[in-house]
Ligand binder design. Structure first.
Ligand code: ZN
Length: 399
């Protein structure tokens, strides 16, 4: 091939990697079946019974592979599922840190979505709610572990899988567990979807904050006493204009007022109004500044009261040396089968932000390849599954 050789392509491909790719290609249909099976168990974050159902189902799948499962009960959200696999020997299990495979089984789709958005295969793509984000990621974990066991007669090192129930709604019930498992691990692989159809892994993610601005004004009859009211809606509108000015896209800071509500009837000066605000930051050090600015908003109309609640929930996943080293390892594995694996920085947050924020080497976007996460056209590219599984298996072995 023309052009300059990269560091990895200088390494002669090892024939064993080709055999491994063949193994996964032969298991491609089974992988598709697994993704489909998982997508057909609907699991919206806000429906505890539904999320608990998929947790129990997955516990049995991982137990069948010899994993030791533990449900972390939650009262307000679904239960999260931890699975521990021992290393090849008791000494190895004691002394070698596990690698943590991180994912979530909750989705953004309400129960009944399958009726309008059924799982179907078309043009080499599997469509369905949550197939990309991130039930294919969970399927990859199952099949990579199964393959490693077939190749080595057991796992070559201890592995911990943690699947959370509430990632799509902020991971409030699972965050502490994620962080403590990450702390005990050699590294974290997040099986969230890859970035774009080229399947890049994610080495940086923005931090995410959610805020709510509530305005209380003074109600009045719009016809009889128009001058007596102090409109919460007008005050909110003025605040929204101020908030929009906080955007600094060049520095990777964005603020979006995504939802507004307020008022009761056209003939009433509104007593209440509110706005939900999404904040994204590129660097951890931007968190306190934007937080302070939002908290110091002052009412234009002295008769209106404003109150802001919320916080930066996920700090950015920054491309630290540990993250870069994992990416380099992944790139080296991919090059064994002639695959040039890209990296990407993305605006969305994941639980990988928590683990990377603690300084634990984290590589995200290790999951399925497709488009349309959270949207009606969500799909994965079926032919990408084998090499994604190969990459995951290789990373489990070598990190
Ligand atoms: Zn996700």
């Amino acid at each position: 091939m023309p052009g300059k050789k990269t560091e990895e392509s200088a390494v002669a491909p090892h024939p064993a990697w080709r055999d491994r790719l063949r193994y996964f290609s032969e298991h491609q249909d089974q992988m598709v079946d697994t993704v489909r099976e998982l997508a057909e168990i609907e699991s919206p974050s806000d429906n505890k019974a539904a999320v608990d159902r998929i947790a129990v189902f997955l516990a049995s799948r991982f137990e069948a592979l010899g994993g030791c499962t533990q449900l972390h009960r939650s009262k307000d959200f679904g239960d999260s599922l931890q699975i521990d696999f021992p290393g090849p020997t008791p000494a190895e299990s004691r002394h070698r840190k596990p690698i943590l495979l991180l994912g979530h089984y909750d989705t953004v789709y309400p129960l009944g979505t399958l009726a309008a958005m059924p799982c179907k295969i078309e043009n080499g793509r599997l469509h369905g709610p949550g197939v990309l984000d991130m039930k294919s990621g969970i399927a990859l974990m199952l099949h990579a572990i199964e393959a490693l066991q077939a190749w080595h007669g057991g796992l070559p090192r201890p592995v911990t899988v943690f699947l959370v129930s509430d990632e799509e709604v902020g991971s409030y019930s699972s965050r502490k567990i994620t962080e403590s498992l990450a702390k005990a691990s050699a590294g974290v692989l997040v099986l969230e979807p890859a970035a774009g159809l080229r399947g890049a892994v994610k080495t940086a993610r923005k931090g995410v904050g959610e805020y709510m601005l509530r305005v209380r004004g003074v109600a009045a009859h719009a016809g009889l006493d128009p001058g007596k009211g102090h409109s919460a809606i007008l005050e909110l509108a003025r605040q929204i204009a101020v908030i929009a000015k906080l955007n600094n896209l060049r520095q990777g800071l964005s603020v979006n007022t995504g939802v507004i509500a307020g008022g009761t009837r056209t003939n009433v000066v509104a007593a209440e109004a509110s706005a939900d605000i999404d904040v994204r930051i590129q660097r951890a050090k931007q968190a306190s500044g934007i937080d302070r600015k939002l908290r110091s908003l002052k009412p234009f109309d002295q008769h209106c009261k404003i109150e802001i609640t919320g916080c930066i929930n996920r700090l950015p996943m920054e491309r630290t040396a540990g993250v870069a080293a994992l990416y380099k390892k992944a790139r080296g594995i991919a090059s064994q089968i002639g695959w040039s694996l890209d990296e990407a920085a993305v605006g969305g947050g994941s639980d990988g932000n928590f683990t990377a924020g603690m300084g634990i080497p984290t590589l995200d976007g290790m999951g399925g390849v497709g488009e349309g996460a959270h949207a009606v056209h969500e799909f994965i590219v079926i032919s990408e599954l084998p090499r994604r599984a190969l990459l995951l298996a290789g990373m489990i072995e070598s990190v």
